[in-house]
Design a protein around this ligand. Structure first.
Ligand SMILES: Cc1cc2nc3c(=O)[nH]c(=O)nc-3n(C[C@H](O)[C@H](O)[C@H](O)COP(=O)(O)OP(=O)(O)OC[C@H]3O[C@@H](n4cnc5c(N)ncnc54)[C@H](O)[C@@H]3O)c2cc1C
Length: 502
């Protein structure tokens, strides 16, 4: 018998939501393995100044745990982190988390039909393993020549050094993505000099953020239907964006015009404006929202550098034009390991092959695919939340996570009902699913938009994003579909697909 029925890696939105749903369904034999000392994932780690969600809060939360008290349309990080801690406590999840337990390996034992999981704290066996290790949880610092020789302070935006006072400093920010555009306006007034190193400009739309009034909050609390209506309205509005992302990228032209109007309004200098104007179609890279990033760049203590970085020296950053930019603090806003999926290097199937190697073994299957973004042939009883092609460019990731949670829950309930102790997706189902995903992908802005983004793997395949409306994914994952799986009863007998009850 395994030590535990379900082991979950991670305690962000995915881990907490999964555990809460299992507990609500009566499957309480669950443990969450979390490498950090607290829960919250993204919203624990990204505490940089100005950190906030960029999908409205009333959609960027669990449908089963609405929060009438969101203070703003795009709530700040401390509030989202507090929300996650509250939900985990109320749903009975907190007590099931083992903190400081980094999963170093998980190996499928085919004889015992269970996962043997090693963590930095202990080992355990689990019948089912659910990875909720996060799509953006391992910060990426580029390998810049000479970085090790830098004598000043260095940190990544996802591990902000709050003890380092930026007042009067010569600060370099490397990267101009979704995090940098949030913290640059906050640190600009503090820094003595701020040099922002940009590789490719992003499309930046106005951010329609506002305080949520006391009346609205009262209504949301006392008339919950008003909050459901607000959430539904935001959801539909966001789905309309999907038209431009995945159906007809030409539609993005109207939004591009709006972004350019903001750029013209906020940046008077034609040269700076030129360097901030993207040359690819909007949506190809993550669309950014800000009202104060461009104004921050126009301040006298700020320079925008677009020449490539060639070397880091003891006290400077050298660029391809030969300039040495003097700095004493280096802040990386360079994003995360996404397409290389770090946890996949630690999960091993029955033949000892890691999930990462399986996903890169082009001979047996196309790179990095998972049926419904969740299950992979050769890895029985493993479910990956925010797996391949489940990310979004236009709406709430929590919506996708909840759809996956429903699907996984359906699988576990099905297994429990039939006394099944081994579930493995059929390779042909996985391959057919991937063919449809990649066919849809061909017309999306991520493929046709003329940019190179972190959504693409080393072969140029978009393995990160879902190429359709989110409701299509929710419909596909609404019910567990046993005919796509091979199931083995705990007596060792296999269920023929045709006889599996639906
Ligand atoms: C700054 C920022 C802003 C964002 N804003 C939005 C937004 O507005 N809207 C949106 O839809 N999405 C946003 N995202 C994406 C966000 O990551 C997801 O929405 C969501 O939070 C992912 O939740 P998760 O539980 O899957 O992963 P995470 O929140 O990353 O949690 C993963 C957890 O797993 C743990 N873990 C990882 N590996 C191991 C291991 N080997 N062993 C043990 N524990 C491990 C980590 O410590 C972490 O606690 C944002 C991301 C970032 C970085």
């Amino acid at each position: 018998m395994p030590d535990v029925t379900v082991a979950i890696i991670g305690s962000g939105f995915g881990g907490i939501g999964m555990a809460a749903s299992l507990i609500r369904a009566g499957l309480t034999d669950v443990v969450l393995l979390e490498r950090a000392a607290d829960l919250g994932g993204t919203w624990r780690d990204n505490s940089y100044p100005g950190a906030a969600c960029d999908v409205p809060s009333h959609l960027y939360c669990f449908s089963f745990a609405p929060n009438p008290d969101w203070s703003r349309s795009f709530s700040p990080q401390p509030e989202i982190w507090r929300y996650l801690r509250r939900v985990a406590a109320e749903e009975g999840v907190t007590g099931k988390i083992r903190f400081g337990a980094e999963v170093t390996s998980a190996r499928w034992d085919p004889a015992a039909r269970l996962w043997r999981v090693e963590t930095t704290r202990s080992t355990l066996t689990a019948r089912f393993l659910i990875s909720a290790a996060g799509p953006l949880s391992d910060p990426l610092i580029p390998e810049l020549p000479g970085l090790g020789t830098f004598a000043g302070t260095v940190f990544h935006s996802a591990a902000w050094n709050h003890d380092h006072d930026l007042a009067g400093r010569n600060v370099a920010v490397i990267g101009t993505g979704a995090s940098a555009i949030q913290f640059v306006p906050r640190i600009q007034p503090l820094a003595g000099r701020l040099t922002v190193f940009q590789r490719t400009p992003g499309w930046i739309m106005p951010r329609h953020d506002r305080q949520i009034s006391r009346l609205e909050r009262w209504l949301f609390r006392h008339l919950p239907v008003t909050q459901q209506i607000a959430r539904a309205g935001i959801y539909c509005g966001r789905e309309a964006y999907a038209l431009g992302f995945v159906k007809d990228p030409a539609i993005m032209g109207a939004a591009q015009a709006m972004a350019l109007r903001q750029l013209h309004r906020q940046v008077a200098d034609a040269d700076l404006r030129g360097r901030l104007t993207p040359s690819y179609r909007m949506g190809c890279k993550r669309v950014l929202l800000s009202n104060d990033y461009y104004p921050a760049l126009t301040q006298p203590n700020v320079s925008l550098v677009t020449d490539g970085i060639t070397e880091i020296r003891e006290k400077s950053v050298l660029t391809s034009d030969g300039t040495a930019h003097q700095v004493d603090t280096l802040i990386f806003g360079t994003g995360f390991h996404v397409t290389d999926f770090p946890v996949a290097r630690r999960i091993f199937g029955p033949d000892g092959v890691s999930l990462a190697d399986r996903w890169s073994a082009h001979v047996t299957q196309p790179a990095q695919t998972a049926f419904r973004g969740t299950t992979t042939a050769g890895f029985p009883n493993l479910f990956v939340l925010t797996g391949p092609n489940t990310g979004l460019g236009h709406s709430s990731q929590v919506f996708m996570i909840e759809a996956q949670i429903r699907y996984v829950l359906g699988a576990l309930v099905h297994a429990g009902r039939l006394a099944v102790d081994r579930i493995e997706v059929r390779p042909e189902a996985q391959a057919a699913y991937d063919r449809v995903v990649q066919r849809k992908m061909r017309r999306t802005v991520w493929v046709t938009g003329g940019c190179k983004s972190w959504y693409l793997d080393s072969d140029g395949r978009n393995v990160a994003l879902w190429p359709d409306f989110t409701w299509v994914y929710a419909r596909q994952t609404r019910r567990f579909d046993p005919s796509n799986y091979s199931l083995t009863a705990d007596t060792g007998a296999a269920y023929p697909a045709a006889s599996q009850p639906r």
